[in-house]
Design a protein around this ligand. Structure first.
Ligand code: PLP
Length: 367
């Protein structure tokens, strides 16, 4: 048993046993370079093909629409930096999108940052009002990494398409945790990352709808149909597919369980009359962003750490930044709450006993 209670699954997840086992096989037994013509390369070549099909099936795509990348950040960079015209995004995107947009400004693309409601939702009217013929891409995240809000992606994609504008969604937090069918929501691009759904770090994918061309971000060999060069990370690709399939098969059971854990935590804090707000709406299962009045989120994180409990103050990539995050600013959270924000992100391995320990630890610190 771990000596830590791990409640930071939005930062990264533990790799599943099935994914670990598959990874070891393709690193130590079937380790050949999948591009080689000899028979020894057949197993890795076949495994990549099967993994692409498994991943495609999990999100309702065709296998040839899945491109393997090194992570969610790369997938986001690829879409944003390949865009030849202006971009519309939201003000609460992950820095993988925000900083790619900033970089795109260097080669003459402007970005409009849409506001969000106090719950973190992008409103259709704001997107509609900002569309014009200089815009070539709309990028709105599927679910926010700090506050968990899940957007109405289908509606937003439909609005962009009415003006013949391509639509990308950064679904790094959502894939494997909520049902996603790219044909139903009708997006053109979707970014995902394996380490957020019990797969390995350093592997992700980008869904690119059939018929849409993106210029490569990484040039070199002919892997990924010449669109993303570099010898395939077979072990990670196979492990990602296994982890995603296992998660997708259990989405409904997992989310029901996680909702129960959420309720348990909130009720325990309420019963102790702790002054806090829960951020977001229609949150990802297990994503609990709490803002405690007149306290410091950073101090809370360190006090919890001393008690063996791992949480985050905001997004993992922001952990060196002790200021109020761009997301909490965008939802207009009052400063006396915003400064006291922590993100508890649970997974199916967390137990009710752990939730009681987390709640009681918070109560002890705050009273
Ligand atoms: N997008 C979102 C919404 C994220 O939460 C993250 C990681 O926290 C990323 C992109 C970056 O993904 P990766 O760590 O695979 O680069």
């Amino acid at each position: 048993m771990s000596r830590f209670i791990y409640a930071d699954n939005a930062a990264t997840t533990r790799m599943s046993k099935n994914a670990c086992e598959a990874m070891v096989r393709f690193m130590s037994v079937d380790f050949a370079n999948a591009s080689q013509p000899y028979s020894f390369a057949r197993a890795p070549k076949k495994a990549i093909k099967e993994a692409r099909k498994i991943i495609a099936d999990c999100i309702g795509a065709e296998p040839e629409e899945i491109y393997f990348t090194s992570c969610g950040t790369e997938s986001d960079n690829w879409v944003i930096k390949s865009t030849k015209s202006n971009i519309i995004t939201s003000s609460i995107e992950h820095h993988a999108v925000l900083n790619s947009c900033k970089a795109a400004a260097g080669y003459g693309r402007n970005t409009i940052y849409l506001p969000v409601t106090n719950e973190g939702l992008v409103e259709s009217k704001d997107l509609d009002n900002n569309l014009d013929d200089t815009v070539g891409l709309v990028s709105v995240m599927f679910a926010n990494n700090e506050i968990g809000t899940v957007q109405h992606i289908k509606d937003l994609a439909e609005i962009a398409h009415r003006s013949n504008i391509l639509f990308h969604t950064d679904a790094v937090q959502a894939v494997g945790h909520v049902d996603i069918n790219v044909k139903n929501i009708d997006v053109d691009f979707l970014s995902a990352s394996a380490h957020k759904f019990n797969g390995p770090k350093g592997i992700g994918f980008l869904y690119i709808k059939n018929g849409i061309k993106l210029s490569p971000l990484i040039d070199g060999g002919s892997q990924e149909l010449g669109h993303r060069a570099g010898t395939e990370n077979v072990a990670a690709i196979v492990a990602m597919a296994i982890a995603l399939k296992d998660n997708c098969d259990a989405i409904s059971a997992n989310s029901q369980y996680l909702r129960r854990l959420e309720t348990l935590l909130i009720e325990r804090l309420d019963n102790a009359q702790i002054d806090f707000k829960r951020n977001g709406i229609n949150q990802l299962p297990g994503n609990i962003s709490l803002s405690f009045r007149n306290t410091s989120g950073e101090a809370l994180l360190h006090r919890l750490d001393l008690m063996g409990i791992c949480v985050s103050t905001g997004s993992a990539c922001d952990s060196k930044d002790t200021q109020i995050s761009h997301v909490l600013k965008a939802i207009n959270l009052e400063e006396d709450y915003a400064l006291g924000t922590i993100r508890i992100s649970l997974c199916k391995d967390n137990t009710e006993e752990e939730i009681r320990i987390i709640a009681d630890a918070l109560i002890k610190i705050l009273t």
